[in-house]
Design a protein around this ligand. Sequence first.
Ligand SMILES: [Zn+2]
Length: 432
Amino acid sequence: MRKSVITLAVAVTVGLGTSLGGMPAKTEAASISKLKEEQNKIHEQRSDLNSDINQANDKITNLQDQQASVKSELKRLDLAISDAATKIDEQAAKIEETKAQIATLQEETKILKERIKKRNVLLKDRARSYQDTGGMVNYLDVLMGSTSFSDFIDRANAVATIMQADQDILKQHEADKNELEEKQTQVEKELASLKKMLADLETMNKQLTAQKAEKDKLLGSLESQEHEAHEGMLDLKEQEEILAAQEISIQKTIKLEQERQAKEAAAAAAAAAAKKKAAASSNSGSSSNSSSPSAAAPQVSSGSFTRPAPGVVTSGYGGRWGSFHWGVDIAQSGNNVPIVAAADGVVSVAHYSSSYGNVVYISHSINGQVYTTVYAHMSGYQVSPGQTVSKGQRIGTMGNTGDSHGQHLHFELYKGPWAYHSAINPIGIVPI
Ligand SMILES: [Zn+2]
């Protein structure tokens, strides 16, 4: 959209190349109509800029809405991630606990199995010795050794008790062993399920983190887009300010041009009348006396401009440091170095710009051609918008404000009204 503005501005500038010739009155009338045409074109540029600014504002609002929604999504993701992290910690703690339980159970099972094994050996030995001695010899020995029936009963009971005890021990050991194994299986199952849950949580956490990174990236891109939109808009805003101010100064230039033309016409008429009167009344003088310098002298372009500042040219117009230098730099050390208007004109802008520092723009109408001069990086200025200035009149002091390295004047010349990046080389027009 900026391009269209530049194109328009260039079109205006190109359309202004006036060639003076023929009858002066006609040319001057033409120059007035051209100035008016120019004013209309500036008005059109302003409308274009306004719609560009509105578009930029809409874009910014839209980007800000998108950012707000991404931010709320990021907040939700942050909460989900911290929730997942808490659950992961809990699961990990549970797993550690379960693992400790399993280790204890394994130790207990080992000891118990060892005991069972020893018992089994013992019981087997006993059973083998029964067989070797023909069945329940040991028990029978015990029984046969009884001295009376009641002794026999006692001994039989004792044998039965011992046998039962053996059986009970064996059963108990079996039960213990089964219980332990069951417990171990159960705990291992629990561990497997915990591990699966942990893995699921970790996967979820990974997904959330990836989502968050993506949203972060999106937010970053939206923010940088907004920044760019702002920069573009600020640029346009400054342009709009300058164009608006220019409209006023060009109006005033038209008025001054009209007044000057009226004055010239009156002076020419007076001179013609005087000449006629002189010719009629006397015959001697002829034309040698009639040279009144202000009346008949045509406006000249050479001599219309003067050097805007004392000092040396440190940088000319054109390509520099891989970019384009749209003006000429003139440097002079010392305090209070004066900056003067390069030609008669009307101040359109006198303000502070982040790039140009303290800067003054002046509209000129020279020979029916509008020029604009720009004086940048001044330490201060002493003119205000709308003020009429004359060639060589002090407008400010050389300085080092804005995007500048060292005290100097950055001077720009435009053929026609100011338009972004359309300054011309002043060498050959302004005596620098
Ligand atoms: Zn410069």
